[in-house]
Write a protein that binds this ligand. Structure first.
Ligand code: SF4
Ligand code: SF4
Length: 124
């Protein structure tokens, strides 16, 4: 895990992303959808670093997917450091962020509270 890359504006985990050998994270503009990313454009316009510091409960752009939405909600509730601590611990437990392409162990959830429990405990 490249902890220093943290999470993208939308909540995707740059620190664990399979692309992060070449990509320097969200603000490097190397994310494939950087130019059209609604979350990036909106958060820049609002002058905030990430969607997790926004006051809105929003499902715009990538926030309509459970993984970035859940990571954003987690960071809103518990802070970025706790999210990164949990992701680090889960990686040690063998939980894989990108197992096949962009799909991994954090994607197969319908209920965001269950995803948040999984981030905290590594158990489902
Ligand atoms: S491709 Fe996107 S999610 Fe992956 S490291 Fe780059 S900015 Fe982050
Ligand atoms: S309104 Fe939505 S997309 Fe815009 S910064 Fe807030 S959470 Fe992100």
């Amino acid at each position: 895990m490249k902890r220093e890359l943290g999470i993208a504006r939308c909540g995707l985990a740059c620190c664990l992303c399979a692309e992060n050998a070449e990509c320097g994270g969200c603000d490097s503009d190397n994310c494939p959808d950087s130019a059209i990313c609604e979350n990036k454009a909106c958060s820049i316009e609002k002058g905030i670093s990430h969607c997790y510091v926004c006051e809105k409960d929003c499902k715009k752009g990538l926030l309509n997917k459970i993984k970035p939405y859940g990571f954003t909600l987690f960071a809103k509730r518990y802070g970025l450091d706790r999210l990164l601590d949990c992701l680090e611990k889960n990686e040690e437990r063998g939980i894989v962020y990108h197992r096949e392409g962009i799909i991994g162990d954090y994607d197969d959830f319908d209920d965001v509270e269950k995803l948040i429990e999984f981030i905290k405990t590594g158990k489902r």
